[in-house]
Design a protein around this ligand. Sequence first.
Ligand code: GLU
Length: 386
Amino acid sequence: MKLAARVDRVSPSLTLAISAKAKAMKAKGIDVCSFSAGEPDFPTPKHICEAAKTALDEGKTRYGPAVGEPKLRQAIARKLNNDNNLNYTAENIIVTNGGKYSLFNLMQALIESGDEVIIPAPYWLSYPEMVKLAQGTPVIVETSADNDYKITPEQLERAITPQTKLFVFNSPSNPTGTVYTPAEVKALAKVIVEQDILVVSDEIYEKILYDDAKHLSIGSIDAEILSRTITSNGFAKSHSMTGWRVGYAAAPTEILKAMAKIQSHSTSNVCTFAQYGAIAALESSQECVQKMLTAFAQRRSYMHEAINAIPQLSCPKPDGAFYLFADISQTGKKSLDFCNELLETKQVAAIPGVAFGMDNCIRFSYATDMETIKEGIKRLAEFVAR
Ligand code: GLU
């Protein structure tokens, strides 16, 4: 059979593949410590589940508008105004099948053959693949641990060509946990406006911030940058709603209309009663978010220290998200071999940095319980010592 050429241009998602493998091993009774997918281990807060159950009982089981339930779009617009100082109305919002589909849909709406999309590395592994699936060219700009894995305004400016359409910005970042300071965000915004390109700001980890780290939504700086910004977000990480698949994008009207068109021919609306869970997530107390954050903060401190105590491994202390990006250069191993051997010999699952564009590192998600973290680190230390 001859499949479409686009299939050969992309690789399957390693985060999903490795976490599925770890889950399957666990189901077989194998004692796996999984640091693979960024999936909070907490159950979805009860009041959110209750709201979805009530919606089911009330018959919210039918097709809705492809762009999302009006009540949810309004709630999202309110949240973006109040929390992020982003001047959007409900008409600027599209509810999507997870934050992931908001990005995929955007690429389909915006990118075509000949277009370049700038992506700082290390990056979340699906960004370049989404660009390629839209026939565009990902332009990867490497950053380094010395600069906290941040792209500088000079680097961004140098990467821009007449073909550049979009810059992908992700803070707090997956896989490094880096958070850009408000001043750094403003400096990047200046380049974007001066060079007249667009930016998609993936803010899925905005609520997961430690110590004094502050999140500034790039679109909130002024009207000039807002007109060039698409903001992407969702409920998976903040409210432990990974399987619900509810995310959203906020965009200028013209882009929003284009995304709505694509959504009307692809997914249609996101599961109607799930959207009612999302409304409850936004409109109830945010205490549950804070509770999870407190747990993440403890795990981060423990794991950061423990990994740095292992000879040959080192990692910076992240300011946000729930990932540690550890440098394995001193072990002399490539990231894929390291992760495969670690899983086979010690039943510890982590994601090879090569998937994020950095082969000398591996990513650990600490969105898992302390017991797993302690046992996993013990096995990791034994593995490296061997
Ligand atoms: N975004 C999460 C991660 O990086 C979930 C898996 C995925 O969709 O890649 O682990």
